[in-house]
Design a protein around this ligand. Structure first.
Ligand SMILES: Nc1ncnc2c1ncn2[C@@H]1O[C@H](COP(=O)(O)OP(=O)(O)O)[C@@H](O)[C@H]1O
Ligand SMILES: [Mg+2]
Length: 393
């Protein structure tokens, strides 16, 4: 797929711009704070209806404006499609696809499929598990919109369960020791409110187990495929010296359908005292993680910075391959300020792998070497919220 037109009104520092990107390479250059990342953010918005920089959509509306607008035309599956997003200063978003309102984000998710690679992604191996779960969630959602819906259901139920657990005794649990809590549990066993709470917890755990079962299956399949693709890429980058394995770590032990749901429920049930003591759900997909091994060693602990960067790059390239497999067309690649973070060999490798992908790449300076690899394409110069097209090179 490719973006054919980007139209922004009162989006960040863009009052009004309209551009018609190149179908393969778009190099966005400009000094700091001119609007390069803002443009990438607008494209990302059309894919996910959320920003990768902020959870507060209102920040994206230009200072002083009542609302901001992003319009993106794409060509995908041999069709012209259009996404329009209006963002209001109260943070509300109106999303339209081909002129019709979209109510569920899941219906948007595989329309504009983007893969973003920014300097933050280089730290994915070292960062907290939360980051890696976000990675899994956004990537799986794009190729499997159903996943996004299940995840939402799960998170909603988890929120309710946690609220119940937190207020379980209606007192601050922090002041109690574990023994106190266990005693209180025992004491309240015959109490009606305790019974009610137990019943509610049971309802939540059943629902959570159903969603968890689906989430874990999607994640397991995704990570397996990701591992295979990324392994091959790392092998190529390292000249056969490094073998990558990615492992999915879940608190939900899992067997194939349909007993999986019951097994997960039982796990939740067995942890009930722990949950009550902790005041929050201690097991489930919200505690999952992925681990990376290079030649059998944990890359988080023992990998060099170079190896960790190679893995991060391989993950992105593997994602592109997977998107192609699932969507039967190429996704759009957004490289925000990341190229200069990679050494020349890795840059070369990256560019050689993405021949048939529409690319938006930002950079503070034009690196001659890079331009040579990128052969052809459009240079867009960003300056204080205006974009001018420089001659083809
Ligand atoms: N809501 C907004 N309205 C107007 N300008 C904004 C808004 N949000 C950010 N900006 C401006 O955008 C600029 C940063 O743009 P950005 O795309 O991050 O820069 P870069 O070119 O370095 O990637 C800053 O000058 C900032 O003041
Ligand atoms: Mg930037």
């Amino acid at each position: 797929m490719r973006i054919e037109r980007i139209h922004l009104e009162n989006f960040r520092n863009y009052k009004h711009v309209e551009i018609f990107p190149d179908k393969s390479r778009n190099i966005i250059v400009g000094e700091n704070a001119q609007g390069k990342t803002n443009l990438i953010e607008a494209i990302y918005m059309a894919a996910f209806a959320k920003s990768f920089r902020t959870n507060n959509a209102a920040e994206m509306v230009s200072f002083g404006a009542k609302q901001g607008r992003i319009g993106i035309d794409i060509f995908s599956e041999e069709l012209e499609k259009n996404i329009n997003i209006t963002i209001r200063t109260d943070g509300k978003k109106m999303i339209q696809k081909d002129g019709k309102a979209i109510r569920k984000i899941a219906d948007l998710l595989n329309t504009v499929v983007v893969i973003i690679f920014s300097p933050d992604d280089l730290r994915i191996i070292k960062d907290s598990p939360d980051r890696r779960r976000t990675f899994l969630n956004s990537e799986i959602s794009q190729i499997r919109p159903r996943y996004y819906e299940v995840l939402r259901e799960y998170n909603e139920t988890l929120r309710q369960k946690n609220a119940l657990l937190k207020g379980y005794f209606n007192v601050s649990r922090k002041t109690f020791t574990r023994a106190d809590n266990l005693m209180l549990n025992e004491a309240s066993r015959f109490d009606n409110s305790r019974k009610f709470n137990e019943e509610m917890l049971d309802i939540y755990d059943r629902k959570l187990a159903d969603s968890a079962y689906e989430i874990v299956r999607y994640r397991k399949d995704f990570v397996e495929m990701l591992s295979t693709e990324a392994e091959e890429i790392v092998r190529k980058i390292s000249g056969d010296r490094e073998q990558l394995k990615i492992k999915y770590k879940t608190t939900c032990d899992f067997v194939t359908a349909p007993e999986g749901r019951d097994i997960i429920y039982e796990q939740f049930y067995n942890r009930r005292d722990k949950d009550i003591y902790a005041g929050s759900a201690t097991a489930g997909p919200h505690r999952d993680d992925i681990e990376f091994y290079i030649n059998g060693e944990d890359a988080k602990k023992y990998g060099s910075q170079g190896q960790q960067r190679t893995i991060a790059l391989a993950l992105k390239l593997a994602e592109i391959r997977m998107a192609k497999i699932f969507l039967e067309e190429s996704p759009i690649l957004l490289l925000d300020d990341v190229l200069s973070e990679l050494d020349l060999d890795r840059q070369r490798f990256l560019v050689s792998e993405i021949d048939d992908v529409q690319l938006f790449i930002t950079s503070a300076e034009i690196n001659e070497e890079v331009i040579k690899y990128l052969k052809g394409g459009t240079l867009l110069r960003v300056e204080e919220g205006s974009i001018t097209r420089v001659d083809k090179y």
